[in-house]
Design a protein around this ligand. Structure first.
Ligand code: SF4
Length: 351
């Protein structure tokens, strides 16, 4: 069976080429076409001999992501809906900031974790993405924005990255490989809903990857309502895992806190949060809720709620950052575009 060539790092590909009796410098040429020149077709790799191109096609493939839809926001955030070889859909987002660009990638088709504020959680889980499918999103975004340098990657799209641990870590190592995408490890962020045992495992990998944890509430009662994973891994084991991560990696961890109007934005909520994180080397990213179409039970906070919450934390010495949602006009939050398209397809089938 042919394997996608993007599933290999440079060292592995050199070994494969040696085993197939291809000259080793040809592996470096192929990787340069893939990662530096944005070419995803062996036939277009013009410095390879025809015979080698044919042989490569016998042993390897480069599965293309079919672009189902691209939406561009007023703030230039772009949302990509890709169709995979098995006809399933995933989303990626490109978020420009001056000359830099962050690529937000999916790691699973659907998600098992059913967070109640998330459109992806309402659509069920289909399968894990392979490393090459994660990398293909990065390369598709890179190709689409030639004027920008994609210098940050966040695993914050559809799916729980730590629930697809091996493939995610493989994709990270290939993106980080100087012979492949050569993206700095500290330029990548894993965002988790709070998969505590996998955080402990990640801490021991010897990677300096950024870790971002979806906290969203500072008591088990409220957090379990938002993130059912909290029933399996409540705040106590979650914080133990986060502290292990910080101790072993010496990295600051970010807690994401979606402010939901009237739900987790009161002075009591702020006080609970302060008690939870006081003394830890963490940052709180406050994100005013961007309402999606999947559920109607939560609301955007008022400007007053947002400012009060942020200032209250800041005054108590907490490192807090207000992150405004990007691409609100194009449903850029996780799973929203896929949700729209699947609903449209269902309506068409029923018509
Ligand atoms: S927020 Fe993340 S973990 Fe939760 S349902 Fe959505 S994709 Fe899954």
């Amino acid at each position: 069976m042919r394997e996608d060539i993007r599933n290999f790092n440079q060292e592995e590909l050199l070994k494969k080429f040696k085993g197939l009796q291809f000259e080793s410098y040809r592996a470096r040429q192929v990787l340069e076409w893939l990662y530096k020149r944005d070419v995803d077709d062996f036939a277009m790799m013009s410095n390879l001999p025809r015979e080698l191109k044919e042989k490569l096609g016998l042993y390897f493939c480069i599965e293309k992501l079919a672009v189902e839809e691209i939406k561009t926001s007023r703030d230039m955030t772009q949302k990509f809906l890709f169709r995979l070889k098995d006809n399933t859909l995933i989303e990626s987002v490109s978020i420009p900031l001056k000359a830099r660009l962050t690529a937000c990638l999916s790691t699973q088709v659907g998600c098992k974790f059913s967070c109640t504020f998330c459109a992806s959680g309402s659509m069920g889980f289909k399968r894990n993405l392979e490393a090459c499918e994660i990398i293909a999103q990065f390369l598709a975004i890179k190709k689409n924005v030639p004027l920008h340098k994609v210098n940050n990657v966040v695993f914050m799209g559809i799916g729980e990255p730590l629930d697809n641990y091996e493939n995610c870590l493989r994709a990270i190592r290939i993106l980080n490989d100087p012979g492949c995408a050569n993206l700095g490890i500290r330029k990548m962020t894993i965002s988790t809903a709070g998969f505590a045992p996998a955080i402990e495992r990640l801490a021991k990998e010897g990677l300096q990857i950024e870790l971002s944890v979806s906290l969203h509430a500072a008591t088990d009662e409220k957090r379990s309502e938002l993130l059912p994973i909290n029933n399996r891994f409540p705040l106590k084991p979650l914080f133990k895992a986060v502290e292990t991560y910080m101790a072993l990696t010496k990295r600051k961890v970010t807690f994401e806190y979606i402010l939901l109007g009237g739900f987790n934005s009161s002075v009591e909520d702020a006080q609970s949060l302060i008690r939870l994180v006081r003394g830890l080397n963490v940052r709180i990213n406050l994100i005013p809720y961007n309402p999606g179409p999947a559920r109607g039970r939560y609301f955007s906070p008022t400007k007053l709620e947002v400012l009060f919450f942020k200032n209250y934390l800041a005054q108590k010495g907490i490192d807090v950052f207000l992150r405004m949602p990007r691409g609100v006009d194009i449903a850029a939050a996780c799973g929203q575009l896929k949700y729209h398209v699947l609903r449209k397809e269902k309506q068409n089938r029923e018509a």
